[in-house]
Ligand binder design. Structure first.
Ligand SMILES: Cc1ncc(COP(=O)(O)O)c(C=O)c1O
Length: 416
């Protein structure tokens, strides 16, 4: 397939040698349940919707298409808060010796607990969603947050973080440089704790807890599908920046459904496709993408894979897709203007790309080989996660109202 990162899909099959699945245990149902129990203690908690796009599935010739809609998460418009909040409670549990089960929202936010615990400052680098989650949780628990964002970050996202009383700024650095910068800041602060949503050598505890925290969305979706009469998904398309979320979702379902593991496809922005390139390299080692990492998918604009996520994905993912911006914009419009009978979904740039990818695979002749490789057909039960709502409302309107990143129709290529 052609290789022009931001114009065309680039797909890589997973042909890497399998290694010991030691990271999978992290995402076992038992570990994820601890996160779910903690999140349930928040007054803002409710199960986010799982939409069943019946008409859409029928239209594409698929069995079913389920969409977990994370725009409803804690009123924050994205799934990210699940990770940061759980990592914080795990950290506090470790420091205080009090088990997580005894550290509910009520306990953590009580004056008595705050006075006895003292003051931490939680540091993080973010494109927006993760930092907002960390700032929100720190604020609720009476702690401080310092957030730095890479160049090009949206003002609305910065302002939303500042509204949570965080010290937040946009720096003239790309995402990976920003992470290193903030890590140095945290190290210099005697009360500083780096809460980063990616792992590297020597930094694994917090990102591991963050992945377990994301597990709340998987366990909810799993239970919702079962309640809907769907035993388990046959396919999961999951977006990736550093791959913590993808590793979390893939890990949960691969561990739970060992006997009929779903076909898992990791979906990245073509200009920041570090996981796909790592798969292309083929020996299980990671590849970094450097430079500007330009894409409208701000949450996926990351060039360095999360090592824990990668350990899971290299073993359980079927394939890796580097997608162009127009696929994300297409996904946003499909969600926004559903077929009669299907629900309308508000999905931002990083949330919608798996939908644009699925639609393109089913509709374009030129992607037939990928569609066949993934085995998409009338029996497929596909799970997508819309990971964010309109977290950048200006960009969202440009995409939906003005047709930004539209596609040029080449009618002869449609299958249907
Ligand atoms: C909305 C959204 N979706 C997906 C992701 C990807 O998550 P990860 O970086 O863990 O791969 C992010 C990351 O910030 C995000 O904000």
């Amino acid at each position: 397939m052609r290789r022009t990162n931001n114009e065309e899909l680039v797909f890589t099959k997973n042909t890497m040698p399998k290694t010991e699945e030691k990271a999978l245990e992290l995402m076992s149902e038992k570990n994820v349940l601890e996160a779910l129990r903690f999140h349930r203690s928040f007054p803002q908690y409710s199960v986010t919707p799982l939409h069943d796009l019946k008409e859409f599935a029928n239209h594409l010739g698929l069995g079913s298409v389920y969409v977990k809609d994370e725009s409803y998460r804690f009123g924050l418009n994205a799934f990210k808060v699940l990770g940061g909040s759980f990592a914080m409670v795990k950290y506090i549990s470790l420091q205080t010796g009090i088990p997580v089960d005894e550290l509910s929202y009520k306990v953590l936010s009580s004056k008595k607990f705050k006075d006895s615990m003292g003051q931490y400052t939680f540091y993080s680098a973010t494109d927006g969603n993760h930092g907002r989650g960390v700032a929100w949780a720190a604020n609720k628990l009476g702690q401080k947050a310092v957030i730095r964002m890479p160049r090009g970050s949206a003002k609305t996202r910065l302002n939303n973080i500042r509204k949570e009383n965080a010290d937040a700024e946009i720096l003239d650095l790309n995402y990976d440089e920003c992470v290193r910068y903030v890590n140095d800041m945290a190290k210099k602060d005697p009360h500083g704790v780096m809460v980063q949503d990616t792992a590297w050598r020597g930094y694994t505890d917090i990102p591991g807890w963050i992945m377990q925290g994301y597990g709340t969305l998987s366990i909810e979706a799993d239970r919702q599908m079962i309640a809907n009469g769907c035993e388990y998904p046959t396919h999961i398309f999951i977006q990736a920046g550093v791959g913590s979320l993808a590793g979390s979702v893939a890990g949960y379902f691969a561990d739970k459904y060992k006997d009929h593991k779903p076909v898992i496809c990791v979906v990245e922005a073509g200009s920041a496709d570090c996981l796909r390139r790592s798969a292309e390299r083929g020996d299980g080692k990671v590849v970094r993408v450097r430079g500007k990492l330009d894409t409208i998918m701000a949450g996926l604009s990351c060039g360095a894979p999360c090592t824990i996520g990668w350990d899971i994905l290299k073993n359980v993912a079927e394939g890796f897709a580097g997608t162009p911006d127009w696929m994300s914009a297409m996904g946003t419009r499909i969600y926004g203007v559903p077929l009669d009978g299907d629900p309308q979904i508000t999905s931002g740039e990083s949330g919608s790309v798996t939908m644009g990818f699925l639609y393109s695979l089913m509709m374009y002749k030129r992607y037939e080989a990928v569609r066949k490789y993934l085995g998409l057909n009338k029996k497929s039960r596909v799970l997508l996660v819309s990971t964010e709502g309109n977290t950048d409302p200006v960009r969202f309107r440009e995409v939906v109202w003005c047709g930004l990143y539209g596609i040029r129709h080449r009618g002869e290529e449609w299958i249907k």
